[in-house]
Design a protein around this ligand. Structure first.
Ligand code: ATP
Ligand code: MG
Length: 444
């Protein structure tokens, strides 16, 4: 658990090639372009819903997660990267999720003193899980949180926001599952009924369920054990224990979704991994990613602020798994073509470099992207025209800019289209650069 393990530490390898930590990935070009594409879409969308960016530390006090997420959750029981600071003995944890940190920040900086706040974040999270497709030890989440609002319209707004994101990304066949966990009193009544029911069928419970029977019986409903499915199907449903107000809250969320044409199904067994949820919970799931099909999950967490010692405040939010969303984008071929520069600069003579690079800076200032030819070895010239053209072709750029000494003597550059249908090669005067620079730009 979150105590310091007695395991003797492995010695540091003194030789050999060092590689990344298991389950933690490098994100490299050209894949990283897809990440940037997604992040840009998210930023634009969040702005349209008036959600503002927050950035909290990756390391937080361990107690934040133990108290915030609950001691008997999977994350706190077995998935956290917790350690003791060697210098001062502080108990620290690499954040396994960001909601607790955002709540801590909102509370620490009294962000809600003048009313509710709508916030979003993007960043890496850390969970010690068994690495597999869609499940990593360092993974990334993008999340949205609305804090200081009780109303069901905010729950609905967040779901509409996520739904709009799927549309922006061109994703199809993402299904929304909803549930309501009610309020603590309602859960207590349901919990008692559930424990009584499960105790009545104790011979059907697996080891995991037996362990959770009194600590976290709701999680038993979430079991993936096929042998227990009929048992949990017939278990008392929390929805039947909701009071008038909780039911009205849930109905309002559903009515707003209906009015917006967002399809949903109620999944009475949807309980989510963290203890902090109440009322609305939801997940967006797909069947196209194998067993890791949940791309986004969230809900209302009206008690988390006080749980971590802050002034009580209602809140609701969601987090999506970036790796899974991008995997789905790939699966559905929804991504745009990978980014290439507009032009590739060919420079036959090394001596021209200062003048050429001044021209390239002017182009870039006008939003033309330019990749410059650079030979692998310095001091032996720029390489033959043939080899430079080969590189230019391989770059995927639509144009080559040829800065031959003849052209430069005339204060000009030759623009050669590299792709079929790009027209003829033309010479352009550098004085008139602002006039022709836009013709180099690919459609953005
Ligand atoms: P799961 O049931 O798949 O373990 P979870 O309930 O633990 O998911 P949340 O804590 O709700 O997940 O996180 C929100 C989203 O983050 C998930 O829906 C998923 O897309 C993504 N996610 C969670 N854990 C991982 C992981 N280890 N690797 C990659 N993505 C993850
Ligand atoms: Mg999990």
């Amino acid at each position: 658990m979150h105590s310091v393990s007695n395991k003797t530490s492995n010695p540091l390898p003194k030789t050999g090639k060092l590689v990344a930590v298991k389950g933690m990935n490098d994100i490299l070009p050209p894949d990283s372009a897809r990440w940037e594409w997604l992040e840009d879409k998210v930023r634009a969308l969040m702005a349209r819903y008036a959600y503002r960016n927050v950035r909290t530390p990756i390391v937080e006090p361990t107690a934040l997660f133990v108290r915030g997420l609950g001691e008997v959750t999977d994350i706190v029981e077995k998935e956290m990267y917790s350690f003791e600071d060697r210098l001062n003995g502080e108990h620290l944890t690499l954040r396994p999720e960001a909601t607790a940190g955002v709540v801590r920040a909102a509370s620490e900086h009294s962000m809600l003193y003048d009313g509710g706040k709508r916030l979003y974040y993007m960043g890496p999270m850390f969970r010690h899980e068994r690495p597999q497709r869609g499940r990593y030890r360092q993974f990334h989440q993008i999340g949205a949180e609305a804090m200081g609002f009780h109303g069901a319209e905010v729950d609905a707004e967040l779901i509409l926001l996520a739904d709009a994101l799927w549309k922006e990304l061109g994703l199809k066949d993402v299904c929304l599952e909803l549930n309501s966990l009610g309020q603590p009193e309602e859960r207590k009544a349901h919990r008692a009924a559930l424990i009584a029911y499960l105790e009545g069928h104790s011979e059907l419970l697996d080891e995991d369920a037996r362990r959770r029977l009194h600590s976290n019986p709701l999680r038993i409903l979430d079991t993936k054990n096929p042998a227990m499915q009929s048992l949990v199907q017939a278990a008392p449903k929390l929805l039947d224990y909701l009071g008038e107000e909780s039911r009205r809250h849930f109905d309002t969320v559903k009515a707003i979704l209906d009015a917006n044409g967002v399809a949903w199904t109620v999944n009475p067994r949807l309980v989510r991994g963290m203890d902090y949820y109440n009322l609305t919970v939801f997940e967006f799931v797909t069947e196209q990613l194998g067993s890791q099909g949940t791309i986004c999950g969230g809900g209302r967490y009206d008690y988390l602020f006080e749980q971590i010692g802050g002034k009580p405040a209602p809140a609701v939010g969601w987090a999506l798994g970036v790796e899974r969303v991008l995997e789905l984008v790939k699966e559905q071929e929804a991504a745009p073509p990978m980014l290439v520069a507009d032009a590739y600069a060919i420079v036959p003579d090394e001596k021209s470099l200062p003048a050429v690079m001044a021209v390239l800076q002017r182009l870039r200032a006008l939003d033309v992207s330019v990749q410059m030819h650079s030979p692998a070895v310095w001091g032996e010239g720029m390489g033959s025209m043939k080899s430079q053209f080969k590189k230019a072709d391989a770059s995927g750029c639509r144009h080559a800019l040829i800065f031959g000494s003849d052209e430069l003597a005339r204060s000009a550059v030759t623009i050669k289209p590299l792709r079929e249908g790009g027209g003829d090669q033309v010479e352009r005067a550098l004085d008139a650069l602002p006039d022709w620079a836009p013709t180099l730009q690919s459609p953005r």
